[in-house]
Design a protein around this ligand. Structure first.
Ligand SMILES: [Zn+2]
Length: 467
């Protein structure tokens, strides 16, 4: 009964701290060595294979209790070759692989925990990685870092950091893979820890906690994309979502998708109640909100802090008439935006007026709010074209409108793109973003203002802005 109560409280805490918790993982745990291969021998007589197996079984129990699926490469003291471990793992269709070891060093004073992963930036000619693994580096590294952090946090071992190394089980698989060196059997203090059942349990909790923070790969189409690190970071922070295991990084960003992302980081739909979010959901859209993800307390807090609009509904009209809307429009947008947007519609527009925006559109609320706040304008033909691509110039200008409350300006020296002359309506915004290293040119000397913004470009821009 007591245990049950604790479990419930624990789950509640997890739910708040890790919104991704709801996602059950399939994990392969590999207890290093075994059978005829004892691994390292401890100063206190411990055999590495026994320690590895015990910690692996503990990790399995913890993860299974938390609702994850765990597969062990071995559950007893048997010998399995490295090749067979990887072959077996590749057949499991799992989310991640963790090999558990204990370390040894000729210098008995060396102690601590480290986590090994395969880093495609430092390939080893003698030990080439599998093709899949060389694209998985960002995922393996993310996993390695969380496991290491949690392990040293729980077990109190010394932090020896991550290690890029082409060890067999970390380089030959087809899923994110790490090898955990829990502690040094060659060090008296570490070996004593590994000897203690309660200390091994702490290590197992740490490893399980780290594993649990892992967000499984969904964007298989972006794995070897240049923007993958940003894409992963935004995904881990619930800012982007995949659909059908793809992100489509090279696809043109639509106007609705862009505004949805802006809303996700600036919270301009300030009356964001769960019902309203429900309406904005469009399952076919890769950028759309996952309505099953609860808003954690942290997010709620940051909503209040970061909400640039900082107003409730009653103030909307007032704000429209006197703040960023008019100023921004006067300064930069009217001249050229009006060739594309209708500058006469700067006053409040009912989005119902747009011929091509039905209330069923997944981003209806967001677009309506963006129009109300003057972030975007309709076209002269009374359309808003939510599903059409948005250009890099438009992204720059709209981002600036939403974010640049202090009206920072670019310095003259940066006005150097051949295709963005000073008098263009978007020049100021583009050069400001360049100065802040948020959005760079497509080459050193060109920006490509008319080009469609890609989903990868937006991911990198938002990543740079937030992290
Ligand atoms: Zn080992």
């Amino acid at each position: 009964m007591e245990k049950c109560k604790h479990t419930i409280i624990f789950l509640m805490i997890l739910f708040v701290v890790f919104p991704n918790y709801a996602q059950a993982l399939k994990v392969v745990i590999d207890a290093g060595h075994g059978g005829k291969d004892p691994g390292a021998l401890g100063v206190n007589g411990l055999k590495e294979k026994d320690v590895n197996l015990d910690i692996s079984l503990k990790v399995r129990n913890i993860l299974e209790e938390r609702g994850h699926e765990v597969i062990l490469t071995r559950e007893s003291d048997i010998y399995i070759s490295l090749q067979d471990r990887v072959k077996f793992t590749n057949q499991q269709n799992a989310d991640l692989f963790v090999s558990i070891h204990a370390n040894a060093h000729h210098d008995p004073s060396v102690k601590g925990s480290l986590v090994i992963y395969y880093n495609n930036q430092y390939p080893d000619e003698d030990y080439p990685a599998s093709k899949a693994m060389s694209t998985l580096t960002p995922y393996s590294r993310t996993l390695a870092q969380s496991v290491l952090n949690e392990l040293i946090g729980e077990a109190g071992t010394k932090d020896l950091g991550l290690m890029s190394k082409a060890v067999y089980v970390a380089r030959m698989g087809s899923i994110p893979s790490i090898l955990v060196e829990t502690a040094f059997l060659s060090n008296e203090e570490d070996a004593a820890k590994l000897f203690e059942e309660s200390e091994r349990q702490k290590m197992a909790i740490g490893i399980a906690n780290g594993v649990e923070t892992f967000v499984p790969i969904t964007f298989w189409d972006a794995l070897d994309h240049w923007a993958i690190t940003s894409i992963i970071r935004l995904q881990d922070n619930d800012l982007i979502y995949g659909y059908n295991n793809s992100y489509e990084p090279n696809r043109s960003l639509t106007r609705a998708e862009f505004l949805a992302m802006m809303d996700r980081i600036f919270y301009f739909t300030s009356d964001k109640s769960p019902e309203n979010e429900q309406e904005t959901h469009e399952p076919l859209d890769n950028l759309s909100d996952d309505q099953n993800t609860p808003i954690s307390e942290e997010e709620t807090e940051s909503t209040q802090e970061n909400d640039l609009s900082d107003q409730d509904n009653r103030n909307h009209e007032q704000n429209n008439s006197n703040t960023d809307l008019n100023e921004t429009n006067e300064k930069e947008s009217t001249s050229v935006l009006s060739s594309k947007f209708d500058s006469n519609k700067q006053t409040k527009i009912e989005t119902n007026d747009f011929k091509d925006l039905s209330t069923d559109h997944w981003a209806f609320e967001i677009i309506q709010e963006a129009v109300n706040k003057g972030y975007i304008l309709g076209y002269p033909d009374e359309t808003i074209r939510p599903n059409e691509p948005i250009s890099r110039a438009e992204v720059s200008v709209i981002f600036n409108r939403i974010w640049n409350e202090n009206e920072m300006t670019a310095t003259e020296e940066t006005f150097s793109y051949e295709d963005v002359s000073e008098e263009k309506w978007y020049a100021e915004s583009i050069y400001l973003l360049k100065e802040l290293s948020l959005l760079n040119g497509i080459t050193e000397s060109t920006f490509g203002p008319e080009r469609n913004m890609t989903r990868a470009e937006l991911a990198v821009m938002v990543d740079r802005f937030l992290y």
